[in-house]
Ligand binder design. Structure first.
Ligand code: NAD
Length: 306
């Protein structure tokens, strides 16, 4: 029987990722603080661990998909963390943790003989469900080689460096770009609607022109025009990534004027629309200022005013 892989954090991303590993013949020992996240795996080839430490006592390779650097730090190197486990030899962080925390965690684990690979992912919940993510992996050659066959079940693995945190650096760079086009497309679409343009016509034309990007091609048609906003990535987590990117820019002494403005706009969205709403709701921030909505024909009719 194959040794189980440890998996901690079965949220929006972790659940489909763990599910892919099960679908591809792996068994898992899993842990999450939310019982409902664990309940979804009933009847599958999983052992539920009651604590982080139990995972590290049962599996030599442990993957985590957790929300914030502080939580990742506590799970990996906290007093009851993975670091004290009997069996763990390799730790893989699929979360977006940022290079500063990744290096700190990597150093602490390496000092205890635990190898570290950072492998943050891009491609969203939809990509996770079908194994079509890009994983930005960094770590020592033999450690990366050991986890590659596992990670290859989740998507395309790009090895971007050997030092801990290099995958994290590239992931933050990816997300500041993703956030920036979502923000500017929101402004542009609201402007167009207020000027009398049809948003469906706008997207059709923009996607044939030089303004196209994944927000015009996917996020607006799939989540904004139908007004479902269910893209599965919260404003709080996007704000966390932007803050991490700004910290990285500060540490590198690279002034990022546009990135800073986008970070401020996302802070406003967290306050105005809500931290747990999905990232496509950034358009609502602009809509509320401008007094129009970017609404497609497929959207449910507006709720009647109270
Ligand atoms: P999420 O909040 O949906 O899921 C996180 C899970 O971790 C939850 O189930 C939560 O209960 C669990 N958890 C929290 N603290 C824990 C602890 N101490 N021990 C065990 N479990 C704990 O978050 P998500 O959207 O799945 O994102 C996870 C990571 O992946 C984040 O770093 C995020 O930035 C990154 N990411 C998300 C997306 C996306 O589209 N959602 C895309 C790429 C990367």
């Amino acid at each position: 029987m194959n040794e189980p892989i440890g998996f901690i954090g079965l949220g929006s991303m972790g659940a489909p990722l763990a599910s892919r590993l099960l679908d591809t013949g792996h068994s898992l020992v899993v842990h999450d603080v939310r019982p409902d996240a664990l309940a979804r795996f009933a009847g599958r080839d999983v052992t539920v661990a009651g604590s982080v430490r139990e995972v590290a006592d049962a599996a030599s390779i442990v993957l985590v998909s957790l929300p914030t650097p502080d939580i990742v730090r506590a799970v990996a190197t906290g007093p009851d963390g993975l670091i004290g486990g009997d069996r763990i030899r390799l730790y893989v962080d699929l979360s977006t943790t940022g290079p500063i925390a990744a290096r700190e965690i990597g150093g602490a684990l390496a000092a205890r003989g635990i190898g570290v690979v950072d492998a943050p992912v891009s491609g969203g919940v939809a990509g996770a469900a079908v194994g079509k993510l890009v994983l930005m992996a960094a770590g020592a050659g033999p450690d990366v080689a050991q986890v590659l066959p596992i990670l290859a079940n989740l998507g395309q693995v790009e090895v971007v460096g050997e030092a801990p945190g290099m995958g994290q650096s590239l992931k933050l760079i990816n997300n500041v770009l993703s956030a920036t086009h979502m923000a500017i497309v929101s402004e542009a679409m609201v402007l167009g609607v207020k000027a009398g343009l049809d948003p469906e016509v706008m997207l059709t034309v923009l996607n044939k022109g030089s303004g196209r990007n994944t927000s015009t091609e996917e996020r607006f048609p799939k989540f904004v025009l139908p007004r479902t906003f269910d893209n599965g990535f919260s404003n709080a987590l996007m704000r966390k990534d932007l803050k991490l990117c700004m910290e990285m820019a500060e540490a590198m002494q690279v002034p990022m004027w546009v990135g800073t403005a986008v970070d401020r706009l996302w802070m406003q969205t967290v306050l105005q629309i809500g931290p747990n709403e999905n990232t496509t709701t950034i358009v609502k921030t602009i809509e509320q200022w401008a007094g129009v909505e970017v609404r497609g024909k497929s959207a449910a009719p507006r709720a009647a005013a109270a």
